[in-house]
Design a binder for this molecule. Structure first.
Ligand SMILES: [Zn+2]
Length: 179
């Protein structure tokens, strides 16, 4: 909460930390992540059509969904191709593309949210990613903390190499200009 949102290359992000659902819904006029999901279902045309006569049960049920980070934001991907912002303090997933079609009660009256699974230590993942520039702040579910540490070391080495190349280039230009 309280993070300053900025737009970079068409992505909403922040320099104050990895964004989760609560950071975003505040800016979109909802008080909680759950309210935002309910509002979207009630007011979007697909939500009105596909959820007509159905309720959402917020008890997580069914196949778990893994949280990941893309462009400095917590997200999760649904099998339908939909991708949603997810919230670190809200351990469930509801897809706003298919409205959890595959997670419906037998009488077709209820759609259940699905369990949302976070990495072992999401805070460690967040702090490692915040050491990077915005466009490298990605974490995929198969990557370990050790993977991220190694990736950060490579990024630092690449930055130093680029700086050294620039320094050599500048020296050459100065030398030639002096001829
Ligand atoms: Zn879906």
């Amino acid at each position: 909460m309280g993070k300053t949102l900025i737009v970079r290359h068409g992505h909403i992000t922040s320099e104050d930390g990895i964004l989760d659902g609560a950071d975003l819904v505040e800016a979109l006029g909802s008080s909680t992540y759950k309210d935002w999901v309910l509002k979207h279902v009630a007011t979007s045309r697909p939500g009105q059509l596909l959820m007509r006569g159905k309720d959402i049960d917020f008890t997580p049920t069914g196949t778990p969904v893994n949280a990941e980070i893309m462009w400095g934001r917590w997200i999760a991907n649904c099998e339908c191709g939909g991708q949603e912002n997810v919230d670190k303090n809200t351990p469930w997933f509801f897809c706003l593309s298919c409205f959890n079609e595959s997670n419906e009660s037998k009488n077709k009256k209820t759609r259940y949210v699905r369990p949302l699974v976070f990495p072992v230590d999401p805070v460690a993942v967040e702090s490692l990613l915040m050491e990077r520039k915005f466009d490298k702040r990605h974490w995929l579910k198969h990557e370990t903390i050790e993977d991220l540490v190694v990736q950060n070391e490579i990024l630092v080495a690449e930055k130093l190499m680029a700086e050294e190349a620039q320094r050599l280039h500048d020296e050459e230009v100065i030398a030639l200009e002096g001829v």
